[in-house]
Design a protein around this ligand. Structure first.
Ligand code: GLU
Length: 312
């Protein structure tokens, strides 16, 4: 997941005005949950949604839902409605009408133009299937003009990024291990690494709480934010729920759609997976009461510095 993550590297290359430095963060607390409508909400996503909601509420903050339906070929009809209905049945409602990335292409295009004007973006003609991670920089100095092309952000290969993840601790990624990220796709759609940054900034998000599978993405996103000359949010990566043997959630009782469970049972299962130790019988309370218990007992130390949470 993150070979470059190190709990001992505490800012070897950081300077005071680096992205990730706490003094630059936005004041207050505004969190978000940003599901991709590519399927039904399952317990792994509920764990992330609940962690971000509880963290927001425990900080007396706001919480927004954003629908990340940018990757239109992967969007499943009806999934957005079903995810929102499931979250609502659990008492997890957005404090503002949910934004949809599919309606924000102009903003992403503007951000690309800003980066291009500074010479920070370059055209890439490499076929996706041929590119390895980290990207070797094949098109970096080619000055391609041909359309269609993807666009990549130009990172300084001799530099590194350090940030302090609230749940995962100090993280250190050399740019050589990251490679230049795609910020616009060849099919004309904004890439995740750009869209997520544009939206987090536009929505004034102060705290990104999301799955640990996106920890490495944070290293790219902080550099997109720096290139856009904006202040970054704080980041907190929640461990991923995996099977007892470490495998991805299989088609088992644990990957059933949350919407098919009793709301109380679903919330208590998510609290249990987050090691919040809910008391016996809590699942018989109303979702509102379960959430109140969750806020009062929110304890991120229970899963601190863990990238995965294994099912029993
Ligand atoms: N849309 C992403 C997902 O469903 C989450 C992106 C984020 O939280 O930054 O995995």
């Amino acid at each position: 997941m993150s070979a470059a993550k190190s709990s001992t590297a505490t800012g070897t290359t950081a300077t005071a005005d680096r992205p990730g430095d706490h003094k630059d963060h936005r004041p207050g607390y505004r969190g978000r949950f940003a599901p991709s409508p590519t399927g039904l909400l399952h317990i792994g996503s509920l764990v992330t949604a609940l962690a971000s909601w509880l963290d927001a509420r425990a900080h007396r903050g706001q919480w927004l839902i954003r629908i990340e339906d940018l990757d239109t070929p992967r969007v499943v009809p009806g999934a957005e409605h079903s995810i929102l209905a499931t979250l609502s049945s659990l008492g997890l409602e957005s404090d503002a009408p949910p934004l949809r990335q599919s309606q924000r292409s102009d903003l992403y295009r503007e951000a690309l133009d800003t980066l291009r004007q500074q010479g920070l973006a370059y055209r890439c003609l490499c076929a996706r299937s041929e590119v390895e991670h980290p990207y070797a920089g094949t098109c970096r100095d080619a000055a391609h003009q041909r359309e269609p092309s993807a666009w990549r952000l130009r990172l300084n290969p001799d530099d590194a990024i350090d940030f302090d993840d609230r749940f995962q601790g100090p993280c250190h990624y050399p740019n050589r291990a990251l490679g230049d990220p795609v910020i616009f796709r060849r099919d004309g759609l904004a890439a995740y690494q750009l869209a997520v940054v544009v939206d987090d900034l536009a929505q004034g998000i102060t705290d990104v709480v999301r799955g640990a599978d996106l920890l490495e993405s944070t290293a790219w996103q902080l550099q997109v934010i720096a290139a856009l000359k904006a202040a970054p949010p704080r980041y907190a990566h929640v461990p991923l729920v995996v099977e007892a043997d470490g495998a991805k959630l299989a088609k088992s009782r644990h990957s059933v759609a949350v919407g098919t469970l009793r709301p109380g049972a679903a919330l208590v299962q998510a609290l249990t997976l987050l090691r919040q130790a809910p008391p016996e019988g809590l699942e018989d309370s109303t979702p509102a009461d379960i959430l109140d218990w969750g806020i009062a007992h929110w304890n991120s130390v229970a899963f601190l510095r863990q990238l995965v949470l294994k099912l029993p």
